[in-house]
Design a protein around this ligand. Structure first.
Ligand code: SF4
Length: 384
């Protein structure tokens, strides 16, 4: 199908360009003057295309990271203010490499007509360092968005489409074309491809303290080969660092992707949408920091993920700092999740909880692996 003189707004033309480029996934959080992009895309949902309003822009972006690890094209759209929430994630993805093309479309509001601040998002974008394409008319909104996906895959980084409400809300006849067919989802298991923290070439690689509950959990973890593991930031991330000794290699290569605080839950959602089985890991402090937002999104958008919360009752990595004394299990249950609490040192308990979670696919399964940080415990005992 090719059609000339097709009337679209600039924002709709960005959406159309992404759709024609064969995206598998689109995410957004509502924000004027960008919302028309997702308004267009949610109407196009089909067997090979999924679109959602996520619960914030960072989650929306990290779900696209998950799709990208599966070699699928995706687009995340937002207004300038929303972009600010994504800077941490974007700074981290610079080191990772993008597989399936990822486009971040941002509509600025230079007169603060719909916003509380005047912001030129190009300044943040330039600091992050990814290519920026700026359409100047409605046809360019479509054409440059399509081009941005090829560019993203060529360069292995996300590409920004940036325009303003002046173009985004302009209405004009343009030429549209057919949608490119989607490709087969496939996770790239190249070691450390999505983990910039790999320290496999260093001589001294950090490892768990003797008796660490996280190490015990990993030793007892058995997962089918076709699962991916999406990690997060905390002591437990050492299961993704790689190694040069034979004995601890299986543990050091458990984690496949590692981005920023709270991202593992969202990467798992993106992979699940693309048909990939996975587990997400996060710590108790990461859960309260921003991981909980990802779980809210999973509950809201019905992504039945498996989440392991590695609860050692402190922020161990920084020196055993405190965490909120709020019940993680009650919070997860209130979100409608199925919750199991396991002692990480008990092999049978860990393995049966994982097996049950894998079997019960039609619910969000949260497994809390709970035991105190061994280093903290020893320090407390020494004080007595
Ligand atoms: S500080 Fe605590 S949680 Fe971290 S590796 Fe050591 S024992 Fe494990």
């Amino acid at each position: 199908m090719k059609s000339k003189n097709f009337l679209l707004f600039g924002n709709e033309a960005i959406a159309r360009g992404a759709y024609e480029a064969g995206i598998r996934l689109a995410t957004s959080y509502p924000g004027t003057p960008a919302s028309e992009i997702m308004n267009y895309l949610v109407k196009k949902k089909s067997d090979d295309f999924y679109a959602e309003w996520s619960s914030n822009e960072k989650i929306a972006l990290e779900i696209c990271f998950g799709a990208s690890t599966m070699n699928q094209r995706s687009m995340c759209s937002m207004k300038g203010n929303g972009f600010n929430l994504c800077v941490d994630s974007l700074m981290s993805v610079t080191k990772k490499g993008i597989k399936g093309g990822l486009v971040v479309a941002v509509i600025d509001d230079p007169d603060a007509r719909y916003s509380d601040v005047v912001q030129d998002t190009r300044q943040f974008m330039e600091t992050i360092g990814f290519p920026i394409l700026e359409p100047n008319n409605v046809q360019e909104c479509l054409d440059l968005t399509k081009k941005a996906f090829d560019m993203s895959e060529e360069k292995g980084v996300p590409v920004f489409i940036r325009t303003t409400n002046k173009i985004g809300h302009l209405y004009s006849p343009i030429e549209i074309n057919e949608r490119k067919s989607s490709r087969k989802p496939e996770f790239d298991k190249t070691p450390y491809k999505f983990n910039p923290y790999s320290k496999e070439k260093e001589e001294i690689i950090p490892y768990f303290c003797s008796g660490c509950p996280h190490e015990a959990f990993y030793k007892n973890l058995r997962l089918p080969q076709d699962f991916t593991v999406n990690g997060d930031i905390g002591c437990y991330e050492m299961a993704g660092f790689g190694n040069n000794t034979k004995d601890d290699k299986p543990i050091r290569e458990i984690i496949n992707t590692l981005f920023v605080m709270g991202s593992g839950i969202n990467v798992s959602q993106g992979q699940l949408i693309c048909g990939q089985k996975s587990i997400a890991l996060c710590g108790d402090s990461t859960f309260w920091h921003c991981g909980i937002n990802g779980l809210i999104n999973a509950a809201y958008n019905k992504h039945d993920i498996i989440l392991i919360i590695m609860d050692n009752s402190c922020v161990a990595m920084t020196g055993q700092h405190p965490v909120p004394k709020i019940s993680i299990e009650d919070t997860c249950k209130n979100l409608g999740c199925h919750v199991e609490i396991v002692n990480p040192y008990m092999k049978n308990r860990v393995q049966s909880a994982i097996a049950e979670a894998i079997k019960n696919k039609n619910r969000i399964n949260v497994i809390i692996s709970r035991a105190p940080c061994m280093l903290k415990k020893k320090r407390e005992l020494n004080k007595i």
